[in-house]
Design a binder for this molecule. Sequence first.
Ligand code: MRU
Length: 369
Amino acid sequence: MKVQGQHFRSIWLEQESQVVMVIDQQQLPFRFEIKQLATVADAATAIADMVVRGAPLIGATAACGLLLAAAKDPSDEHLSSAADVLLAARPTAVNLRWAVERILPRILAVAPSDRFDLARIQVEELCEEDIAGNSRIGDHGFGLLQELYLQRSTEQPLNILTHCNAGWLATVDWGTALAPIFKAYDAGLQVHVWVDETRPRNQGASLTAWELQAHGVPHTLIVDNAGGHLMQRGQVDICIVGSDRTARNGDVCNKIGTYLKALAAYDNGIPFYAAVPSPTIDWSCRDGIKEIPIEERAAEEVLFITGALDDGQTVKVRIAPEGNQSANPAFDVTPHRLVTGIITDRGICGADEESLLKLYPEQRSSSEA
Ligand code: MRU
């Protein structure tokens, strides 16, 4: 995607792959800053502190963390402990585990002297696959939006509601939930996006609104509680969200608040789709509500908010009485019965095991395990 006319990915390698560069998402929308990650600890901290975030980008950063570890010390012991450090960074997005489990055995299978070179190839392959997969999600989702647009008897823009940030910043490029929107907009379809601010960290306000603005896509920022009202008024045609982990039964785990949007969409007969790249499907998880670990983040995220003063200086201010308790579950699970469909890189399917398996027949045998 482009930032002021220059093409960027959210993560890339430099200095002969000895360092990893990322867009520092803690600084957006106020400052566009690039941050360098030089060690596996840097990569794990960037994930935990949400310098990088979004399930696919967390996976790509973990892959890069293994590369940085191999650059320093390619021994079995060092790489295995690097993997443990990365796996502990955040619990919910399954892409982290997927990336580590994909790359670690491959590099351990070759001689230590070849591990760094192989890790670089693996990282590049994973990032290219991420981009291609998200682009396909964009194509499939665009078809869906076009169909919906043509079904309506109005020439008003198609109103899409999204939650959190599932745009290109959350992936290596393109995004998941936003990829169909970028493709639709580029093709000339009239779209308008309702952007949930997404408390407590405001990924909608800081990241999704920033991305859509940079691309020129018409959008309106709303508080998290406005969605239901807009749906009742007929001002939402479709909801598309991302996912951090989708269970094999079609339950969709995503940013906290997604479930409430799905309930409101269901009550109002509005289609609710999740855009889910293949690595986000956890085939070992049979029941998302019972089994997906939900990250509990620091109380500080709820008790304080960061914003910019008129002079551009960013400040963090308290918004609750001092000494207040807070709970901060970062994700929730939308039961599959509320999900109209899943937009994958292989096509769109129903949110249930049989429909998912039709797209992923190679996972059938794992269901018998
Ligand atoms: O806590 P975050 O910002 O990492 O949460 C991100 C989300 O919930 C996204 O919707 C999800 O990762 C999909 S990203 C393509």
